[in-house]
Design a protein around this ligand. Structure first.
Ligand code: NDP
Length: 262
């Protein structure tokens, strides 16, 4: 019997319990996936080990701390310094980041991307930048403020107001602008220049039509939101939880069914 959970704050909105429990049921496995709200990350390691989870997903705002407490890290969590999946084995913590590969899987049908611009410089931007660069894409980052750009020295980066290149195949909004408000990540004028030239756009937010997503639909390009990224990061985490390799389609079907219940 596997004891699993998603850890974060806030956590009530998380769709992960529904996704994972449906996959457990669909595949006839023994396990339960719950949600757990932590006030702070001061004793993250101690609390997780004390509760006795077999594995967990980690969400905002604990992904960086989750990476720090791990004894072993996969390549992407090592490189980006954040983890969304932890597995506990023999009192050791193994950290993984499935957000990046979840993103890549969700843009499978976006072909011939040579140059991409990521709007935003948070943890999600780091994971997406890393996997795109690994795929040979020329990656640029732009943000509204300079502080977090220091983590993107491996990429060309600038403030929105200093952007000089507006020719990208793919524009990704990785900011939380539009999540709880009606803001665009940057000015409409800048977005107009970017979206007029782009072939594809991606919005990481999945639970509403953000102003960025709505704006993209007015241009002659293909646009996707973060729904499939959410789905795939869950599928890859599930494979790690149960050490599965050959049942990806079944896991995906079960999780998709759970997500479409709304
Ligand atoms: P962070 O807090 O690490 O980063 C937030 C980024 O957004 C920063 O660059 C910040 O800029 C920028 N930002 C926030 N508000 C605004 C605004 N009003 N205008 C312009 N820029 C803004 O967040 P994460 O990277 O962890 O997450 C970002 C988003 O990705 C969230 O909405 C989250 O829900 C979503 N997400 C979706 C996933 C999926 O599966 N679909 C997976 C993971 C995340 P500054 O540095 O100036 O503050």
């Amino acid at each position: 019997m596997k004891f699993l959970a998603v850890i974060g704050n806030p956590i009530m909105h998380s769709k992960s319990p529904r996704m994972h429990n449906n996959a457990i049921k669909f595949l006839g496995l023994k396990g339960i996936y719950t949600r757990y709200c932590l006030n702070n990350d001061l004793f993250l390691k101690e609390e997780l080990l004390k509760i006795g989870f077999d594995a967990v997903n980690i969400t905002v705002p604990f992904k960086e701390k989750a990476c720090k407490i791990a004894d072993f890290k996969d390549e992407i969590s090592t490189r980006v310094g954040s983890a969304n999946t932890l597995c506990f084995k023999n009192n050791k913590i193994y950290a993984y980041n499935t957000d990046g590969i979840g993103f890549l899987q969700s843009i499978e049908e976006f072909k011939d991307i040579k140059k991409a611009l990521i709007l935003g410089a948070g943890g999600t931007a780091l994971a997406i930048a890393y996997v795109l660069k690994q795929r040979g894409v020329d990656v640029y980052i732009a943000n509204r403020s300079s502080k977090r750009l220091q983590y993107f020295n491996a990429y060309k980066n600038s403030l929105y107001k200093d952007l000089q290149d507006f020719n990208f195949d793919l524009i990704i909004n990785s900011t939380s602008a539009g999540l709880m408000d009606e803001y665009l990540p940057c000015s409409k004028e800048i977005l107009h220049q970017l979206l007029s030239n782009a072939k594809f756009a991606f919005e990481v937010i999945y639970n509403k039509e953000t102003p960025f997503y709505k704006l993209c639909k007015k241009y002659d390009l293909r646009v996707k939101n973060g729904f499939e990224m959410l789905l795939w990061q869950g599928v890859f985490a599930f494979e790690l939880f149960f050490d599965f390799k050959n049942q990806r389609e079944e896991i995906k079907t079960a999780m998709l069914q759970a997500l479409n219940l709304d």
